[in-house]
Design a protein around this ligand. Structure first.
Ligand SMILES: Nc1ncnc2c1ncn2[C@@H]1O[C@H](COP(=O)(O)OP(=O)(O)O)[C@@H](O)[C@H]1O
Ligand SMILES: CC(=O)N[C@@H](CCC(=O)OP(=O)(O)O)C(=O)O
Length: 305
């Protein structure tokens, strides 16, 4: 199909600027050529149809320029909606959903079913081929019951919380990811884990993304969410944090709720050898491209030190 050439409605100046932006991406394209970039796409970021389309385009573009994107998606709001419809109440502890045996089936259905296929479709509609799988496929993510320790602020006594079928990844077998990526396909992964004990585990999507990023030695872990990044106590964006500063911010209670697993994941990723992890605003069009291909990153970058 040949596109008709339309005279640019831009002035020469605008056109030159556009070309300059494209040319400016060259050093970044060279830097990331052949690299694996893991993108965590949060359930909140999926809410807006235009943004979702832009996200799909960006991921397709990454593949077409020789980068290997791997998408790990969430679906918290979508799970909430389904549980509400089924009149099943749910609660969260530090951003993790307490998951009983009844809920885990519903959660798997939503995450590995509708949401997974929707995210893959978003990308496939933009000219690259995405394949939706869950952490159970190819035994990719082996998980065990999470032992969440909490310290009582008054007595300082530590105890283990029972969050039910919330899983923590203990092993990631990247073969299915490599098989897909190496065949020109884009893996889209639902955060559901394979339990050696026969159970299926609900894994926080941030945690799953971090585990996958470690296993494939990702150059970057991009965490797309619905806030500008990590905010300080006054609600101002913190552009950069070392792992130690990030831990302190959790300890101080500046970081709460869903931001806790996100930041913990970034810390683990950089400590495991990822060069950097970045929390960016998925509500900003082309958030991934901006972060990877321009000097002016956005959001909060977390580095080892
Ligand atoms: N210090 C903080 N900076 C930014 N967001 C924070 C902070 N503390 C708590 N949050 C909350 O964390 C949420 C992001 O986590 P979450 O809802 O799990 O997003 P996602 O679905 O994208 O994974 C924000 O919407 C915000 O309400
Ligand atoms: C254990 C746990 O909390 N699992 C999450 C999995 C989905 C998720 O993490 O989705 P977001 O990234 O959109 O928040 C949940 O049940 O909501």
């Amino acid at each position: 199909m040949t596109e008709p050439r339309v005279p640019s409605s831009h002035s020469h100046h605008d056109a030159a600027q556009e070309a300059a932006i494209l040319a400016g991406a060259l050093p970044y394209l060279r830097r990331y050529a052949g690299d694996t970039i893991v993108v965590k796409y949060g359930g909140h970021a999926m809410g807006n149809a235009d943004l979702a389309k832009t996200f799909g385009r960006d991921i397709a573009l990454l593949k077409l320029v020789g980068i290997n994107p791997v998408v790990v998606h969430g679906g918290g709001p979508q799970i909430n909606q389904m549980l509400k419809r089924l009149e099943i109440p749910s609660t969260f502890v530090d951003g993790l959903r307490v998951t009983d045996a009844n809920m885990v089936d519903v959660i798997e259905m939503v995450l590995a079913g509708s949401v997974n296929k929707e995210v893959a479709e978003l990308i496939s509609r933009e000219g690259a081929l995405a394949v939706g799988i869950s952490g159970k496929d190819g035994k990719m993510i082996t998980a065990r019951k999470l032992q969440r320790k909490v310290r009582d602020t008054e007595s300082q006594i530590e105890r283990v919380l029972d969050l039910g079928f919330v899983g923590e990844p203990i092993k990631v077998d990247p073969r299915v990811i490599y098989a897909l990526s190496g065949s020109g396909l884009i893996p889209v992964i639902a955060p559901v884990g394979f339990g050696e004990d026969g159970a299926t585990y609900n894994i926080n999507a941030d945690t799953a993304a971090g585990a996958v990023a470690g296993a494939v030695h990702a150059t970057r872990l991009l965490m797309l969410t619905d806030v500008p990044g990590v905010l300080d106590a006054d609600g101002k964006l913190i552009p950069e944090l070392t792992a130690a500063q990030a831990m302190q911010a959790i300890e101080d209670g500046v970081i709460t709720g869903g931001m806790i697993p996100k930041v913990e994941t970034c810390i683990q990723a950089v400590q495991a050898g990822a060069r950097a992890a970045v929390i960016i605003d998925g509500r900003m069009p082309h958030a991934c491209l901006l972060e990877l291909f321009t000097a002016s990153g956005s959001g909060t970058m977390i580095r080892a030190e």
